[in-house]
Design a protein around this ligand. Structure first.
Ligand SMILES: [Zn+2]
Length: 53
């Protein structure tokens, strides 16, 4: 399984990749902006998940 693309925008990752922990697993994104976007998306998903139960 290849994971050489940004988890947020699907850009190819290079040396400036950033590792972000999302819900217990680590994903890599291309820049800080994508890291923030991913964290916010995960937080929103988790919030809706909790209110579901
Ligand atoms: Zn990106």
């Amino acid at each position: 399984m290849k994971e050489n693309t940004c988890a947020a925008c699907d850009c190819e990752l290079d040396a400036t990749r950033i590792a972000v922990k999302i819900g217990g697993r680590t994903v890599e994104v291309c820049c800080e902006e994508c890291a923030v976007a991913l964290r916010e998306a995960e937080a929103a998903a988790r919030a809706s998940d909790i209110s579901d139960k």
